[in-house]
Design a protein around this ligand. Structure first.
Ligand SMILES: Cc1cc2nc3c(=O)[nH]c(=O)nc-3n(C[C@H](O)[C@H](O)[C@H](O)COP(=O)(O)OP(=O)(O)OC[C@H]3O[C@@H](n4cnc5c(N)ncnc54)[C@H](O)[C@@H]3O)c2cc1C
Length: 382
């Protein structure tokens, strides 16, 4: 392992790998990524792979839109097939108070070039004939949205970064961050110490703990979320979009020869419990069958649990931290990070190399916003 680096990135999930790659592509190859486990095995591996542009803030829409263009061209750029399926995201609204909010957000998305649109119950029935519409007031649909393989996408960034000269050290936990005279000096691992003037925390749900190693408070907390996958199931068409019942957060989409589905238990507190709760699985199955009765005939093949990395306003912390000089962060994506990885890579590289991000203005997500009393609310959180 190298003993010095211009930049040390902590965490080799989608963020750490995308940022390392973007830095290297811009010519900064003196970068070491330290990963306590293996590349792409954290929250990124547990994600449902969803990619959407239907957000409520300009910053999130722009981050998503830039990223979609990268996902669409990923195979030719990185040589890895990430199985991108642009079958759309369909939001179902069963609370009439959501209609004006979603229509406002649609107008914002459309003004930024997103082909999302309002859909009536009749149009929803044509897009997804499996769903019960008795209580549905309408919805929104964006045909460019979809999903892909999160692990392959992360490995693609990691391999490309390595080819450009970046070192990625797996099985190498960061156990300490040395700070002298209010400046970051080095990171400590069981395999040695790396002297560096700049550390970027990309530790996903673990970012609060990692920030604390340098005396910084990063308000990112882990919340368990579970996903389930059915056995091969051909009674529902494999061409269905990602379908989301916005009020409950229930979602499902075709995956392999079956369907992937999930729903967050919003009453559960923060923890690092990573087991599947069978009673929540039954609650989720019941919600799925209520919304799409055809799934009463499907069998659950397996389930898993992972962590959302939630901040107080459901938006990430991006940029230099209020703390020692030389500490930056890209974490706290609150359950919608994977899809934004390409844009976050570009923006963080610009922030570090140019002093400000130009791909997307990410200053609304500066880590100091909470202390300044300037949180940014994201409405479309699943
Ligand atoms: C069930 C579920 C479904 C989701 N669905 C979606 C979705 O459909 N679409 C979407 O965009 N997002 C989704 N997400 C969210 C998405 O997974 C995250 O926002 C994203 O993967 C975060 O990436 P990351 O690189 O910040 O974190 P991670 O992937 O967790 O990477 C952080 C890495 O840091 C490492 N690390 C931590 N501490 C240390 C240390 N001390 N030293 C060294 N390494 C360390 C970890 O091992 C880990 O590999 C979902 C999440 C879950 C749990």
């Amino acid at each position: 392992m190298k003993s010095t680096a211009e930049i040390v990135i902590i965490g080799a999930g989608i963020m750490g790998c995308a940022i390392a790659h973007a830095l290297a592509e811009r010519g900064q190859t003196d970068v070491v990524v330290l990963e306590q486990d293996q590349i792409g095995r954290g929250a990124t591996a547990d994600a449902a792979g969803g990619i959407r542009q239907q957000f409520s803030t300009e910053t999130n829409i722009r981050l998503a839109t830039y990223s979609v263009r990268v996902w669409e061209t990923y195979h030719e750029r990185f040589g890895i097939d990430i199985g991108l399926r642009q079958q759309g995201y369909l939001f179902l609204l069963n609370d009439a108070r959501e209609e004006p909010v979603f229509r406002r957000n649609l107008a914002l998305q459309q003004s930024l070039g997103v082909p999302s649109r309002w859909v009536s119950a009749a149009e929803i029935a044509a897009i997804n004939p499996t769903v019960v519409l008795d209580d549905v007031v309408g919805g929104t649909f964006c045909p460019e949205d979809g999903w892909c393989d999160t692990f392959g996408a992360t490995v693609g960034f990691a391999q490309a970064a390595r080819r450009l000269g970046v070192s990625i050290e797996e099985e190498t936990p960061v156990t300490g961050i040395q700070v002298e005279r209010d400046r970051v000096r080095a990171v400590e691992t069981p395999h040695g110490t790396i002297a560096t003037p700049l550390v970027i925390v990309c530790a996903g749900p673990h970012s609060r703990r990692v920030g604390a190693l340098a005396g910084a408070e990063l308000p990112v907390d882990p919340f368990r979320r579970m996903c389930f996958i059915t056995e091969p199931f051909d009674l529902a068409p494999s061409t269905l979009p990602m379908t989301i019942e916005f009020a409950s957060g229930l979602y499902f989409h075709p995956e392999s020869r079956g369907f992937l589905f999930g729903m967050g238990d919003r009453t559960e507190g923060s923890s690092f419990t990573k087991t599947v709760d069978e009673s929540w699985m039954l609650t989720t199955v019941e919600a799925l069958v209520n919304r799409a009765p055809i799934f009463a005939d499907a069998n659950v093949m397996r389930g898993w649990a992972g962590f959302y990395e939630i901040t107080p306003d459901d938006n990430p912390l991006l940029g230099h931290v209020d703390g020692p000089d030389g500490l930056a962060v890209a974490a706290g994506f609150s359950g919608h990070g994977f899809m934004q990885g390409p844009a976050i890579g570009a923006c963080l590289a610009e922030l570090i190399l140019d002093g400000a991000a130009s791909t997307v203005d990410i200053t609304p997500f500066r880590p100091s916003r909470f202390a300044e009393g300037a949180p940014v609310a994201e409405h479309n959180v699943i």
